[in-house]
Every structure is written in C-alpha cells, then in structure tokens.
Design a protein around this ligand. Structure first.
Ligand code: NIG
Ligand code: FE
Length: 435
C-alpha cells in the first residue's frame, strides 16, 4: 500500500504520489456497498434513523473538484474519469469523524497501567500527581515544534485508520500561556495537515496544583481567556470536566455560561466516573453534546433527548480505566437520544482508531453495527457542527470518502484489532492508498 504521511519524523516513505492521484475527476467503481448516509441530515439521527445507512449495492461514487458529484448504482459508465478505483468486493463510506479527542500533549503515561493493575483509581493516580497533572507538566515544558510534530504523528495514524475530521481539545496547559499555545498548535495542525480539525477550549480540565485552594481564581483565569479565544477564532467549542475531583456542577455552569456569552458552542465531560448532574446541565444549557455518560440516569437521558443533546460515547475510556460498566447506549437509543462515538484519544486512553471504537461499541455497548456507523459519521459530524459539509456521501458535500477492504459493513466491528482501511480520500485528494 502506498502511504502518504505528514509527520516530519515519519516520512520514511517518499511522497511518491503519481500525478493521477490528485485527479480532478475520480470514479470509485462498483463497491459491494456504498454507505451513503443520505436522508434528512438537518438534525442528528435518533431511533430507527440510527440504523439507516442508505446502502447502494454495487455502487459508484463520482468525485469532481474535491466534492461528491454523483452517487448511484454502477452502470458501466466511466465518462471523463481521470482516475478509476475498482472497489469490487469492498465498502465505500464517508470518512470517520472523531468528535472527542485530546491529541495535543507531550509525554506518555504507560507507567500508570501498572498502578491501575494494582487497583489504584484514575482520580487516585491524579491526586498523587499523575494523570492529567503529569501530562500538564510535560506539555508546559514542550516547545510548539515538539507539540506539533507529536500531534502530526497521531493525525497521520488517524488518517491511516480512516478518520478525516477530528475535534481536538486543549486542557494540558491549565495556564494562560500554554492553553493559548495548545490552541495555536491546533490551528497550525489544521493548516499543515489534511485532517479537518475542530478546536475546543478545555481550560477547565483540572485545577492545577499551583491553584490548590484557589479554585475560583483559577476558573476566573480560564474564563478570562474566552474573549481572546473568541476574537482570534482559536476555538469553536468550550468543554468542562464536570466530575468529583475536577469541576463542580456550579463551576461547570459558570464556565459554560461565560463560553456561551462569548459565542462558543458548549460541550461537557459528564457522568464519566460519578454522576454529579453534568448531563442534565448539558440539557438545561442546550449544549451541543454531553460526553462519556457512563453513569447517566434515565432521567438525565430524557432531559438530553428533549433538548437534542448528542451523547458522545467513548468506550475506549472505561476500557482503559478497567471499568466494568459502559454507557447504556441501548437505553439512550430507546429514549431517542442521538448518539455519536469517539476515541477520546489522550494519554490515558490512547487509540487513534475509530474502527476499534466501533467494535467496542458493538461488543461492549450492544450497539448495532449500523448504529455505530451512523454514530461515527453523520451524527459525529453534527457533534462538531460539520454536518453540512461532511459525514455523508451526498452530491455537493466535500469528498471525504474511505474504501474499506471488507465485503459488508458488519465486517467493520466484527474483524477487530487490524486496520481495514484501504484508501482514504480527503477533500477529493488521495491521502492514503490508491488504485
Ligand atoms: O476524557 N476525563 C477527563 N479528560 C480526559 C482524560 C484526560 C487524561 O487523563 O489525560 C477524558 O478521559
Ligand atoms: Fe475526554
């Protein structure tokens, strides 16, 4: 397989992309299944809509000037295609959208695995100076160049595994200088890497040790960054870690209200380890999404369903926290909550693969393969406000399309732990693989 990589230190394979691979007119021909995800995509999907993949058997997808120009059953025509990719026996679908990641950080925390195996909890490790605090120390010390190079490598891996848009959160700076630096790094990543990046300000990720006993002062310092962030368009969303040991419900509300007043969309890390009311706060504040939701009650789910809050479920997190419990996706779908899936890529839960997350969603949360795919494409696009641009294969949309070497979509969760992606097309350009 020919691979185009973007991280400077991983350029072991020359960028030998034949001229034809950036063709203006591309035909993806005769896929076993094209998962179009067409339909009323003005709102995120719920209930039965989460199982509708809009499948075309033996389908063709035409791409012109970076956009989808036609989709339909294969009729043998090739017209003016400059590049034809034979998709016989394969699945063509929209690129995965990963709507919850923390991809900019320095260092790693594999040492915490042993601590977890000895029975120490996530918050115990953090209180002992590990966890988020360990990543904050290393991130503050790292230069922008180091942060960019390391994040680029993660974005390359995501692209190789079929992800074409990611949401990226700050939150390993926890001071004015490094929080802004993280957001600037994300901006650079968006300019230099083909991955679509949606930035989220998460200054309220933890109270840094130097603000011990001065919680209000810290929160105010992060709130104080909002006008600059809004003015410089450094983030589209604001997120808060609403959890015992992080931020209280009242603090989360204060932060999110300030973010809303500055024009940012709202997200919240809620009910990950304990339920302190974060997901119902998301409903009250009309947040775009509430994320994690392992401990969410049925009442919270009803509140979110009524307000149209998207539940972003992250099965990699309970997995890496060695929890027995996962989010109750079946109940959420039954109550008509729209669901999305994400990796939560961070130094505690390190995976770049949405394919693995889709598999976990099916095997651990009992989502149907179709529901998991809707949650990783069009609903994930809604969670990052990109549903008009990406998330489905519809005429006029940006051509973010992947080809998987699988005979049908059920194969994606079923054949797990390997990369099933054959080709990635980002905005009409072949980024990975090819004919
Ligand atoms: O979503 N829970 C809070 N934030 C991240 C983890 C951050 C970290 O442990 O570094 C999460 O799981
Ligand atoms: Fe997270």
């Amino acid at each position: 397989m020919k691979i185009r990589l973007y991280a400077p230190q991983t350029l072991i394979i020359p960028r030998a992309i034949p001229h034809s691979m950036s063709a203006t007119h591309i035909l993806l021909k005769n896929a076993n299944q094209v998962l179009t995800l067409t339909g009323d995509n003005s709102v995120p999907r719920t209930g039965e809509g989460m199982r509708d993949l809009g499948i075309i058997q033996n389908g063709d997808v035409w791409i012109s000037h970076g956009r989808i120009s036609a989709v339909g059953a294969d009729d043998g025509a090739t017209h003016d295609a400059e590049l034809i990719i034979d998709c016989t026996g394969k699945v063509v679908m929209p690129g995965f959208i990963d709507p919850h990641t923390h991809p900019v950080f320095a260092g790693s925390r594999e040492n915490e695995l042993g601590m977890k195996l000895k029975g120490h909890s996530y918050m115990e490790i953090q209180q002992a100076g590990g966890g988020i605090f360990s990543s904050v120390r290393k991130t503050r010390e790292a230069t922008n160049d180091v942060l960019i190079a390391q994040a680029m490598k993660r974005l390359d891996t995501m692209l190789l595994h079929g992800t074409t848009t990611v949401e990226a959160k700050s939150g390993y700076g926890l001071n004015t200088e490094t929080e802004l630096r993280m957001l600037e790094v994300m901006k650079t990543l968006g300019e230099q890497h083909p991955m679509g990046i949606v930035s989220t300000f998460m200054g309220a990720h933890a109270i840094p040790t130097e603000f011990h006993g001065k919680r209000e002062e810290f929160l105010n310092s992060m709130i104080g960054l909002l006008p600059t962030i809004a003015e410089r368009k450094l983030a589209e969303f604001c997120d808060v870690f609403c959890e015992t040991g992080a931020f209280t419900l009242a603090e989360a509300e204060t932060m999110l209200a300030a973010a809303k007043a500055n024009g940012l969309g709202l997200k919240i890390h809620a009910d990950e380890i304990e339920n302190i009311g974060g997901s119902s706060l998301a409903a009250k504040m009309m947040a775009v999404s509430a994320e994690h939701l392992v401990k969410t009650s049925e009442m919270d789910m009803r509140h979110m369903a009524e307000s149209g809050v998207i539940g972003v479920l992250l099965p990699g997190t309970p997995y890496s926290l060695m929890m027995k419990e996962y989010a109750n996706a079946r109940k959420m779908i039954e109550l008509d909550m729209p669901l999305a899936l994400a990796t939560d890529l961070n130094p505690n839960c390190w995976t770049e693969s949405m394919q693995l997350i889709i598999s976990m969603a099916c095997y651990q949360m009992k989502m149907m393969p179709s529901e998991a795919i809707v949650a990783s494409t069009i609903n994930a696009a809604h969670a990052v406000n990109r549903h008009r641009k990406v998330g489905s294969i519809e005429v006029g949309k940006q051509a973010d399309v992947i080809i998987l070497d699988v005979p049908n979509y059920e194969h994606i969760p079923y054949h797990f732990g390997v990369n099933l992606v054959d080709t990635v097309i980002k905005a009409g350009e072949i980024a990975v693989g090819g004919p």
